[in-house]
Design a protein around this ligand. Structure first.
Ligand SMILES: Cc1cc2nc3c(=O)[nH]c(=O)nc-3n(C[C@H](O)[C@H](O)[C@H](O)COP(=O)(O)OP(=O)(O)OC[C@H]3O[C@@H](n4cnc5c(N)ncnc54)[C@H](O)[C@@H]3O)c2cc1C
Length: 411
């Protein structure tokens, strides 16, 4: 019996057995097309269809949205999403495509949306039939998010939106966007309001989505332009002028609060068919040559692998500690460290993969001779995005310093 299973309530234990049985009988076949390393790099309709079918099947079986109320499309359970996620991770199931919807939009709509809005949008979000994206960043507003200039002007019970969002992951497939917009130019924080916007229905009618190509050659994110897009006031979350408070709910989930219930990302099966970072690196070292010997026998490589293994294990144990009240001095200490550490470990792993592969690390995904089907150059390049997305590492350190350690505020 696993550590986690030992602490299950009777309801959780029965639900865990259901998840295990269902996963054992319903694991999808391997994807007919190459999948990207994460949902943020989904590029083609075939990739999306495969992953969406998986999310829908898992939702229909009760493994997604377990803790949301039944009337909002959920399973009506208590603290069971964590159990489903653990079982999906353990089984090596594929990840879900609606990562922004599940991880950020759903909790934000749930805490701040009207009952009618929750009934309208949550069921198709949880099932993955409608993909969501996040319209926060702009060309002049990233780390300083409260500077957003996209403007929503009130006209009766409608809002007219004009502006320019950028780095909008998944917007090329998204039906909905969570949008932070300015509704009052005279106040920085109190001049912001928060909306959910049906962008797919408005394509060519006030919304333009333009893919941006990353250095990996993938088109994971986009810029989104709004030109006189009209939406109903019913799509606003919370009060006018309370957008910053609502955005804090989204950011708390994006930056790590979600680990307290385990992120709803689905399983661990990756596009390149391998789950564990360090074990994949050890395998790569055994297959690679360096300075005339097997890379796995090189003392420098062995030392770096051991250091990474220790960090990864420490990270895993910290995640467990985060869920036990009283084991940390500050409720957000470990949650806020999560994104910072996870992205830095991913970057170190990508760098080590490139160093072990040596010359072969220059062979890309399309090259049949590339080690591990070209996983390492992709992992290395994408890892830089992890330390920028959802708040850069510098900004995360500022937040930890100010909110957890109580240091003076940065200017
Ligand atoms: C892979 C990826 C996916 C993304 N997806 C989305 C998405 O779906 N939706 C969305 O809205 N945005 C998305 N983003 C954008 C992301 O949120 C921003 O890139 C991020 O907030 C940083 O903003 P910026 O790029 O404007 O950099 P800037 O804010 O201009 O920062 C530039 C540099 O200055 C440093 N800096 C800035 N302020 C401070 C400070 N106070 N103290 C110390 N250093 C500071 C930063 O650390 C950085 O090194 C994504 C980004 C990436 C990389």
């Amino acid at each position: 019996m696993s550590d986690t299973a030992r602490k299950d309530s009777p309801e959780q234990a029965a639900f865990r057995a259901h998840c295990r049985d269902w996963l054992a009988a319903n694991m999808p076949p391997p994807s007919p097309v190459r999948l990207p390393q994460s949902a943020l790099e989904i590029m083609t309709r075939e990739q999306l269809d495969y992953l969406s079918a998986w999310q829908k099947a898992a939702y229909d079986a009760g493994l997604v949205g377990c803790d949301y109320p039944v009337e909002h499309g959920g399973g009506g359970r208590a603290d069971c999403q964590r159990v489903a996620n653990e079982e999906m991770q353990r089984s090596g199931a594929p990840y879900f495509p609606n990562i922004i919807g599940l991880g950020m939009a759903a909790p934000t709509v749930f805490y701040h949306g009207s009952d009618a809005l929750k009934r309208q949008v949550l069921p198709a979000l949880l099932s993955g039939e409608e993909i969501w994206c996040q319209g926060f960043s702009e060309p002049g507003a990233g780390s300083d998010l409260a500077s957003v200039q996209t403007f929503a002007e009130r006209r009766g019970d409608r809002w007219v939106i004009n502006g320019h969002k950028v780095w909008t992951s998944l917007a090329h497939f998204a039906s909905w966007m969570i949008l932070l917009a300015r509704t009052d130019k005279s106040s920085k924080y109190d001049g912001l309001s928060y909306f959910v916007v049906p962008i797919r229905a408005a394509l060519g009618k006030g919304v333009t989505v333009r893919p941006l190509i990353k250095m990996t050659g993938e088109t994971g994110f986009n810029e989104v332009l709004f030109e006189d897009l009209e939406i109903d006031d019913g799509l606003r979350l919370d009060e006018v002028g309370k957008g910053w408070t609502v955005a804090m709910t989204t950011l708390a989930h994006e930056r790590g609060a979600g680990i307290l219930v385990t992120p709803q990302s689905g399983g661990s099966r990756r596009g390149d068919g391998d789950a564990g970072l360090v074990s994949a690196l050890v395998e790569l070292a055994r297959q690679s040559w360096r300075n005339g010997q097997c890379a796995a026998d090189d003392p420098v490589i062995r030392d770096r692998l051991a250091q990474l293994l220790v960090r990864e294990e420490g990270f895993r144990l910290n995640l467990k500690r985060a869920r036990v009240a009283g084991l940390t001095d500050h409720p957000m200490r470990l949650a806020l460290q999560y994104k910072l550490l996870m992205s830095e470990i991913a970057q170190e792993a990508g760098r080590l993969g490139m160093d072990i592969a040596g010359n072969a690390g220059s062979l890309y995904v399309s090259d049949p001779a590339a080690p591990h089907a070209g996983r390492w150059p992709l992992a290395y390049m994408n890892s830089f995005g992890f330390t920028i997305a959802a708040g850069t590492s510098e900004v995360q350190r500022n937040i930890l310093g100010e909110r957890v350690l109580g240091l003076a505020k940065t200017k």
